[in-house]
Design a protein around this ligand. Structure first.
Ligand SMILES: Cc1cc2nc3c(=O)[nH]c(=O)nc-3n(C[C@H](O)[C@H](O)[C@H](O)COP(=O)(O)OP(=O)(O)OC[C@H]3O[C@@H](n4cnc5c(N)ncnc54)[C@H](O)[C@@H]3O)c2cc1C
Length: 421
């Protein structure tokens, strides 16, 4: 198989975690390549067409130089690109996609889009690269360290790592949509209860419409984004099973059309003339397949605001299993052990794929937190290069020093998050 290139750090997946990993490593001078299977970066932020990017500046405070770099690049495009909340950013996703490219260019990170990692190169128990599918067929990319930010832990899975899946506890997948031709001020006053009551009335005619609708104002003054209960009513669908995923994607396209038709026929007055602008390029996937690491972050860790000696990030926000459970938690640490696979060398994971129980993965899954774990993985990878060590051999104190130098405050665990509304 033809080799495309060699790099120091290979980051697979250009969502929030992959962006954090790539920026974190490249800012330290590591030759870094970010691979993304879609034609754009942003991951779920881009798939969901404008939902809030939560926990980017909790309590209005900067959380790292890497978070701030992404924010700076967005702000350069003005208020059409981004608005700020108590902890979150509201982004117009087309600007977000470009802002990420701007940030990657600034730090000299190489990137490839339309490059789908379809297999992992493993030698003597060590991950040494990936096989990517391109228009010229399969090609290899070799790397000193690989960071799996694919969301579903594809790289670890292809390498034969033990994975964590709870098939009975599927968080719904959701295909988000944008609508226009609505009075935005009036539409923003519609409660979730009103939308649920509308769905009850409309379901006989539109059987696929979800229970649970969240109307969101941005990304423009004339457009609403809708996040919703998605596949919750379709039974358990495994997003890593080709047939189940295909069913989820196709039924969700029908669901989106039924939602708009239901709003027009049964909706509150401001939604009666709603028109569909777009549905996401793919369905949004909540935590499912994770990589088993040296520690699994749990619901209890999240709710008790647990601190760890080997903290490399913290997570804030809510315990949120989309439209299933929504509960308070405390700010809690993420131990480095959640980023290190149990048995493989040469590999780190971050974001949705990191090691956690099902509920632990759903707690603090906000994008600002995923970016933080990616940032830490990127810094850990650069230490591996400098010291010729494997991720499991690193002195975590040195990762913590590198994080502090990048503006990360590792003393936030236990905070009860007064900024949350
Ligand atoms: C419907 C929905 C609503 C949500 N709402 C919010 C919200 O309002 N606010 C918030 O902060 N968080 C929200 N979340 C959670 C948040 O979006 C995720 O937890 C977060 O995006 C996970 O980041 P990640 O980088 O780990 O994975 P992802 O965002 O899933 O990104 C993974 C990236 O890797 C790419 N990829 C996957 N496999 C491969 C491969 N084999 N080769 C190459 N590329 C690959 C994907 O295309 C994608 O770009 C929501 C999630 C969903 C699904």
């Amino acid at each position: 198989m033809r080799q495309l290139c060699e790099t120091d750090v290979l980051v697979v997946g250009g969502g929030p975690a992959g962006i954090g990993a790539a920026l974190g490593a490249a800012r330290r001078g590591a030759r870094t390549l970010l691979l993304e299977k879609h034609a754009f970066f942003g991951g779920t932020a881009s798939f969901c067409l404008g939902m809030p990017i939560n926990q980017m500046r909790p309590g209005g405070k900067a959380r790292s130089d890497v978070h701030e770099l992404v924010i700076d690049k967005l702000q350069a495009y003005g208020e059409r690109a981004v608005m700020f909340g108590e902890h979150e950013l509201w982004c117009q996703v087309e600007y977000l996609k470009v802002a990420v490219i701007d940030a990657l260019d600034e730090v000299g990170c190489r990137y490839l889009v339309r490059a789908h990692a379809v297999d992992t190169l493993v030698e003597d128990g060590r991950v040494v690269g990936a096989v990517i599918a391109t228009k010229r067929g399969l090609m290899t990319v070799r790397a000193q360290v690989v960071i799996d930010c694919s969301g579903d832990g594809d790289i670890a899975y292809f390498a034969g790592a033990e994975m964590l899946v709870d098939p009975d506890e599927a968080a719904p997948m959701t295909l988000c949509l944008n609508i226009t031709n609505v009075d935005i001020e009036e539409a923003n006053r519609i409660s979730r209860a009103e939308m649920d009551a509308m769905a009850e009335r409309a379901r006989a005619e539109y059987p696929l419409i979800p229970a649970g609708w969240g109307l969101t104002r941005f990304p423009s003054s004339t457009c609403l984004t809708i996040n919703h209960g998605g596949t919750k009513g379709f039974g358990v669908l495994d997003p890593t099973d080709p047939e189940a995923l295909s069913e989820a994607e196709c039924q969700s396209r029908r669901q989106v059309v039924q939602m708009v038709e239901a709003m027009r026929a049964y909706g509150p007055e401001p939604l009666r003339d709603a028109e569909l602008i777009a549905a996401g390029p793919q369905i949004g996937i909540r935590p499912w397949r994770r990589v088993k690491g040296l520690y699994q972050l749990s619901e209890e860790d999240a709710k008790t605001g647990r601190a760890f000696d080997d903290a490399i990030a913290w997570r804030s926000g809510f315990l949120d299993i989309g439209f299933v459970r929504y509960e308070r938690m405390l700010v809690h640490d993420v131990p480095y052990r959640c980023l290190v696979p149990e048995s493989l060398d040469g590999l780190l994971m971050a974001g949705r794929a990191m090691s956690a129980t099902y509920v632990g993965a759903s707690a603090g899954k906000s994008m600002g937190n995923c970016l933080a774990t990616g940032h830490a993985a990127g810094l850990a990878a650069t230490l591996c290069l400098q010291q010729g060590r494997q991720p499991r051999e690193l002195d975590v104190g040195q990762i913590q020093d590198a994080l502090r130098a990048d503006g990360v405050d590792l003393t936030r665990s236990g905070d009860d998050q007064e900024w949350l509304t």
